[in-house]
Design a protein around this ligand. Sequence first.
Ligand code: ATP
Length: 274
Amino acid sequence: MFHLSELVFRYPGPRPARPTIDLSGVRLDLPISGTLVLLGESGSGKTTLLSLLGLLWDRPAESGELTYGGVAPARGDTRTRAILRRSEFGFVLQSAFLLPHFTVSQNVAVPLELAGIDAASIRERVGHLLGAAGLSDLARRRARTLSGGQRQRVAVLRALAHDPRVVFADEPVSNLDRQNAEVVLDLLARWRLGSLFERQERRDRLLVLVSHSLRQARKIADGEGMALLLHEGRLVGGRPYPLAQIDDATIYRATESGLEPGTGPQVSAAEVSP
Ligand SMILES: Nc1ncnc2c1ncn2[C@@H]1O[C@H](COP(=O)(O)OP(=O)(O)OP(=O)(O)O)[C@@H](O)[C@H]1O
């Protein structure tokens, strides 16, 4: 469970007029299950909120509280953040930060090595993942020689390799052609639902997804899922909505009229517990 309470965040540097993320008055409990889509116009704070949830900022929020599994790493506690990130989370960020001089296999193996898994099991799992992504032929290629689409597939495998509890994906298919996009979406869905690793439990993984496209988000979430709709760093309606209850007109109304949390867009907001 993520728990957020009154979270306010500003980037360091010249103090902007308003915080980048302003969840004053908002308390959220987000279970580790299903898909959580961060929606909103460009600059609304989606990537920033994703990086806060992913504990990528060693500088904590300006005020408020964020805990994961009951743990709130203290200011400056970079070690706890790093341990949680590498054991519990996987990241597919906008630029695929692969290790350029490592091979494809070595890149995918990184989280498994960090987890201290034995060499034979790593080889087996990496082979399985490369096969699932159609990358077996490229196992020995240096990452720097890959195309953009290949690189993104490797980045997704690396994010999923240790079967993390939460995967954060920031526009994971926005720069991909249809074929590569299908592969990436399929891998994310199979990880979440367990079939990628023959995991029985289907409901204990969370995909946090940033997307510009409601249609794409719906597809990835498989018709289910919750959405946080951001506008200028604030949470429209002050709560998550079922993805199925949001349409493009809702997003347009919310972002055009600058609705404050609480006044909400015209979604039929049945009390929702995400
Ligand atoms: N490292 C940074 N330092 C200072 N300001 C930043 C930084 N990163 C982002 N911002 C600012 O924070 C605001 C929110 O940015 P963010 O990237 O979270 O938005 P977004 O909704 O993900 O946008 P997009 O859809 O265009 O990716 C923007 O005004 C942006 O200029």
